[in-house]
Design a binder for this molecule. Structure first.
Ligand code: ZN
Length: 672
């Protein structure tokens, strides 16, 4: 389910996955990863990671392979062990165990899935087939949305940007099968080629579903035409980072006035929405485009479009032929992966996606120790203190705004490890022989859970990530930072390592998330999570000048032939990376005192930077880099490291860099 709340996250969340080594070793800070033949002042990323990069080629089923993929890999095996155990059909399993076990078993039953063919979707296709009037589309689309299928737009709930205590209904753009609206609109040869490949993919999916090649080809043309019209009406991903641009509060009746061709009341009822009046629309222009298409396109065209989205959404749990075709486009073509991941890894991921807190509870019981939580909390406090000092020392900010920034920093709450209250999935019917049905019912549960929040008090204990997730996030409307259990492990956090290594790892992550509260997006929200300006005009101008420097710096980085980082799309993440490393270093220096000694021949400052750099060691396929730069607000790994150290005199001092060397550029950018 797509939400348009912003989560400032640390990792690259795009489809990047796991390797094949069954016994991935613990990934600790490692001087052997360093390539000493490289001058750290010429290319620090290459210095910190060179040997690792050479000895860690990308596995065939991966589009990128990084040092913390090894952590995800190890974790995957731990989850599999839990699921294998839960899947044993023994009497006396508790409900949650039975649910995750049977879900996983159904997903793993490749033979059964192949034998059933498209039968599990027969009723869904029948619904589409029986449509006899465009007026019935609203009800059908509501049914698809409830089932995790994504035609046309998305409907959910979220905190009101201007009243963070209120949960309101939300309508957002959607309904396309390519990763972003730009894929439909750009004219360069790569984009044209990708569209042709996408249409060929849509055609083959319809052929697999029983259409003759000529009909299937015509269907693909129809899908492309409708999706292109939706793309034209969509906001671009840079605009979508601007909260003011996606905040259009309305009354329920206004929605019908905005897009009268759609039967909104039928839709809201069939979707299962509780009573509501306030609704926030991300992009009225998009819904006007939807409305035009509803009037212009024929019912037959809509049936084709809905059939495509049904096949597309369910492909991953359909028979092998669909699975392979889906991988061929979304895996091979878009990310460069050569092979599909083993089935068990995909099924572990689906279980985590759909019944994540039931699986996560067992994972936490097995793996998460209180010691890790305590030491992390200590580091969070050290980072908060350092960010406070950093704010106090800023040369460009006036006392009035500094005071407000301090209030906001103090108001940030943190959650570490796992939820205090676990989600109860007991109402979801899970059958051992119905992988597709399980997926749809779990999606229905989640869709309803989101809608049920409308008009209720905000649940501040809820987590937006499951415990076995190697990631972390800052939520500007909650004004909180969140660290799932899984990230509190090497290479981020190592209870046996020295402070320099841990501050360069998890300390940097904590600093990154805290800084999100003060990046170009986060700074627009006040301590209570409301979209409200607390800056003096002069300070806001100073901020923007400094942010523009970061924008220009990253936009100058070339990641593939002719491809640059989008400085505006990645501005928040780059700001968080730069601020995060700076305050983590300050926190480390506050913690270790002056007499800290060299270890492995490196000073604490050098070990700090090496630990930070090595978190991001990775190899990535060119297709995956292109996809990342087009859609992901995080910069590719090398630039997350070099972009930051270029801006830090502390780095240049630690490695004795000389002015004019690539890692010691003259015009340093500094926001925080
Ligand atoms: Zn982030």
């Amino acid at each position: 389910m797509h939400k348009f709340v912003f989560l400032g996250t640390i990792a690259v969340c795009a489809a990047f996955a796991q390797p094949n080594s069954p016994n991935a070793s613990m990934v600790r800070f490692d001087v052997k990863a360093i390539d000493k033949a490289v001058d750290p002042c010429a290319d620090f990323y290459q210095y910190a990671c060179g040997n690792w990069i050479k000895s860690n080629p990308i596995p065939a089923d991966q589009s990128r392979w990084g040092r913390f993929s090894e952590l995800e890999e190890r974790n995957k095996f731990a989850l599999r062990a839990i699921l294998d155990e839960a899947a044993k059909p023994e009497p006396g399993r508790d409900t949650a165990t039975r649910q995750i076990g049977d879900y996983y078993a159904a997903c793993m039953d490749e033979k059964g899935i192949d034998a059933r063919g498209l039968a599990p979707l027969a009723a869904e296709f029948d619904r589409i087939h029986k449509l006899s009037d465009k007026a019935q589309l609203a009800e059908l689309i509501a049914h698809q949305h409830r089932s995790g299928i994504g035609p046309l737009f998305s409907f959910s709930s979220g905190q009101d940007f201007k009243d963070s205590t209120a949960v309101v209904a939300q309508l957002d753009q959607g309904g396309i099968g390519l990763p972003d609206r730009d894929y439909y609109l750009k004219d360069d040869p790569k984009s044209v080629e990708l569209r042709q490949k996408y249409m060929a993919h849509v055609q083959r999916m319809f052929e697999l579903a029983g259409r003759d090649p000529e009909t299937a080809k015509a269907y693909a043309v129809t899908v492309m035409r409708l999706e292109t019209e939706l793309a034209k009406g969509s906001l671009d991903n840079v605009s979508r980072r601007d909260p003011e641009k996606i905040y259009h509060p309305m009354k329920r009746a206004d929605v019908a006035a905005m897009a009268p061709a759609f039967k909104w009341e039928q839709y809201f009822t069939a979707a299962g929405a509780p009573k509501f009046d306030a609704i926030v629309v991300s992009s009225p222009e998009f819904f006007k485009a939807v409305d035009r298409q509803l009037q212009e396109a024929s019912l037959e065209d809509w049936k084709i479009y809905l059939g495509w989205h049904l096949l597309h959404s369910e492909a991953v749990l359909l028979p092998s032929a669909f699975l392979k075709e889906n991988f061929d486009f979304y895996g091979r073509t878009l990310t460069g992966a050569v092979e599909m991941r083993p089935r068990w890894k995909r099924c572990v991921d689906f279980t985590d996606n759909q019944l994540g807190e039931a699986l996560g509870k067992k994972y936490v019981e097995k793996t998460f120790g209180a010691a890790g939580k305590e030491r992390t909390l200590k580091m969070v406090h050290a980072l908060e203190q350092a960010l406070g000092e950093d704010i106090d020392k800023l040369s460009w900010m006036t006392a009035a705004t500094k005071k407000e920034a301090r209030v906001k920093l103090k108001a940030i709450t943190n959650k570490i490890g796992y939820p205090d209250q676990w989600r109860d999935y007991s109402s979801v019917e899970i059958k051992r022989d119905d992988a597709v049905g399980n997926g749809i019912r779990a999606d229905q549960f989640e869709f309803q859970r989101q809608l049920d929040k409308i008009g209720k008090p905000v649940d501040r204990l809820e987590w937006a990530m499951t415990p076995p997730t190697v990631n972390a996030y800052y939520d500007p409307q909650m004004n909180n930072i969140n660290f799932p259990a899984e990230i509190l492990q090497p290479p981020f956090f190592d209870i046996s390592a020295d402070d320099a290594v841990n501050f360069g790892g998890i300390g940097m992550v904590i600093g990154h998330e805290l800084t999100h509260g003060f990046d170009d997006q986060g700074r627009q929200f006040d301590p209570k999570g409301n979209l409200q300006d607390w800056w003096t005009a002069a300070d806001a101008k100073e901020f923007e000048q400094r942010a523009a420097c970061v924008d220009d710096q990253y936009a100058s980085f070339t990641v593939a032939p002719g491809v640059h980082i989008n400085g505006k799309l990645t501005l928040g993440e780059n700001t968080a990376d730069n601020g995060g490393v700076r305050v983590a270093l300050m926190a480390m220096l506050n913690t270790i005192g002056k007499d800290a000694k060299k270890i492995d021949g490196y000073t604490p400052e050098q070990r700090f930077f090496l630990s930070f750099g090595q978190v991001w060691c990775s190899n990535q396929r060119e297709e995956s880099v292109r996809l990342q730069v087009a859609t992901d607000p995080h910069s590719p790994a090398k630039f997350r490291v070099n972009g930051v150290v270029q801006n830090m005199p502390e780095f240049q001092k630690a490695f004795s860099c000389k002015a004019g060397q690539p890692m010691a550029k003259a015009n340093v950018c500094r926001v925080w």
